[in-house]
Design a protein around this ligand. Structure first.
Ligand SMILES: Cc1ncc(COP(=O)(O)O)c(C=O)c1O
Length: 487
């Protein structure tokens, strides 16, 4: 299997690469995103076999089956070992790794197809990012070891991504993490999660400034190409194909749990921001997983809902990007969306370059409403969408707790609200749960008047010793720090 850029001309095979070549890369050199040159097809017999693999051998074995269709430059025995050591009950809390909970009570209409939550947030940082990031840590360690190379991951975080990256890379050979965050601006829980890590290869840097200052520092270092090369600076951002590929697996695992045989179809509703999570659902559907609808749920930052309703993709200015109570979906543009548009427009890289490389850069928008391909987003690719607001979130958290005794976080609440508007007779709906409520406690208190329960392993973490370096918002300071710690 080779990978091509979404902006490469269709017949130009010169830039195509194998998996391990793109594993440590971000964007393709032409500014596009990598995608497999075709989606491997899973026929009925294979789907039936995978159902048994998941049931009898577990999630790690299912992950190996899916991943081995996309990775041909890691020996099968090594890849299997990586999958098995990544997806364990010890790390993810249950043997199913992504268990389903059915939401059902006396008010549920008789005969209505079931509604499920799929728990993706029982990993070390209590958010779905762990599902992919934990695999990435093990893939990085394997590939860097094989090459005899090192990687210094430099990032900026306002909370979630930083901790998922740190928990994935802690103790990994060949990898160091330098994670900047705005001093005093993360919640005490988030600070404790990150700063209590004592591993030598994890460096927390609290920057005297706001999140944008952290991002500017990271950009300044990345733009210094000599420094970047000398110190092997890399990132773990959400456009990495390996992260998306890892997420494909839980669509299969959700399907196998919600159905008893492969003639059934299910729909998924996905809380969406950068379009990474739901894009993995699109890939699973393209592989042949019987998905009826992929419902994109946004918060007030409705860039994606607007596109699926109107055909207009319009990025927002910072002033037009709302700070909401589902903050991980507060995006101004959806950085993985280009992957879907590539498929929607018949994999026409030249057109993608004109749309994303030129038109979007110059005007901040493009309009596909008059293009016959736009209708296919719904009719061929199964996409639907909806939006949820702060009031919806509070209401959904409250009613879900009162009716089903299940406490959900704010992002999952957005999805559950939108899912309710997209139920189809006879088709089970699976809502992806992307974080645990403890991470967004203030809104839970607002909705329910009580604090969410804290998983036992996080009791008292605020009191643990912290390992963090305070720094001025100055690129020279972070460069000096990196140089000092890479000796
Ligand atoms: C808790 C949570 N839910 C949903 C999302 C949205 O996922 P995506 O950006 O892949 O669309 C994120 C992304 O960071 C998240 O952290």
């Amino acid at each position: 299997m080779k990978y091509c850029s979404t902006r490469a001309p269709a017949l130009d095979e010169s830039g195509r690469k194998h998996f391990c070549e793109i594993l440590l890369e971000g964007l393709a050199p032409d500014g596009g995103l990598y995608l497999p040159e075709h989606y491997p097809q899973v026929d009925q017999a294979q789907l039936a076999r995978w159902r048994n693999v998941y049931r009898q051998q577990g999630y790690g074995a299912l992950a190996f089956e899916v991943l081995s269709l996309y990775i041909d430059d890691i020996p099968a025995s090594e890849l299997r070992a990586i999958c098995d050591k990544t997806y364990t009950q010890a790390v993810f809390g249950t043997p199913q790794i992504v268990p389903l909970t059915q939401l059902h009570d006396a008010l549920t209409p008789a005969g209505q197809a079931p509604l499920f939550l799929e728990a993706l947030s029982n990993g070390p940082t209590l958010a779905f990012k762990d599902m992919a990031m934990q695999l990435l840590g093990n893939l990085f360690e394997f590939e860097l070891g094989r090459r005899g190379e090192q990687l210094n991951i430099l990032g900026a975080t306002s909370g979630d991504t930083g901790s998922a990256a740190e928990y994935a890379m802690r103790g990994k050979k060949g990898v160091r993490v330098f994670m900047t965050s705005p001093l005093g601006r993360m919640s005490p829980f988030q600070q404790a999660q990150m700063f209590s890590l004592q591993d030598d290869n994890i460096h927390n840097i609290a920057v005297e400034g706001v999140f944008d200052d952290c991002q500017d520092m990271v950009k300044a270092v990345s733009n210094d190409l000599d420094f970047k090369r000398q110190y092997k600076i890399g990132t773990v951002n959400s456009i990495n194909w390996a992260r998306l590929m890892a997420q494909v697996v839980y669509y299969f695992a959700g399907y196998f749990q919600a159905t008893t045989n492969n003639s059934e179809r299910v729909s998924f509703t996905v809380p969406s921001g950068n379009f990474g999570n739901v894009c993995a659902g699109h890939v699973a559907r393209m592989m042949g997983l019987p998905i009826a609808a992929l419902v994109v749920a946004t918060n007030e930052n409705d860039v994606l809902d607007e596109f699926f309703r109107s055909g207009v993709y319009r990025v927002r200015s910072s002033a037009d990007t709302h700070e909401t109570s589902s903050p991980s979906m507060d995006i101004s543009k959806a950085s993985n969306f280009e992957r879907f548009v590539f498929d929607l427009l018949g994999r026409d890289g030249v057109r993608l370059k004109a749309l994303f490389g030129d038109e979007l850069q110059q005007t901040g928008r493009f309009d596909l409403s008059a293009d016959p391909a736009f209708g296919k987003a719904a009719t061929v690719y199964g996409f639907e969408s909806g939006k949820s607001t702060h009031a919806d979130r509070l209401n959904t958290i409250r009613t879900t707790f009162e009716r089903f005794g299940v406490l959900i976080d704010t992002h999952t609440a957005d999805a559950l609200k939108v899912a309710g508007e997209h139920r189809q007779a006879g088709v089970p709906m699976i809502v992806l749960e992307t974080a645990l409520p403890i991470k967004f406690a203030a809104t839970i208190v607002e909705a329910l008047g009580r604090e969410p329960d804290r998983p036992p392993q996080f009791e008292g973490i605020e009191a643990l010793p912290k390992r963090v370096t305070r720094m001025a918002a100055d690129p020279a300071a972070i460069k000096a720090y990196i140089a000092q710690h890479c000796r």
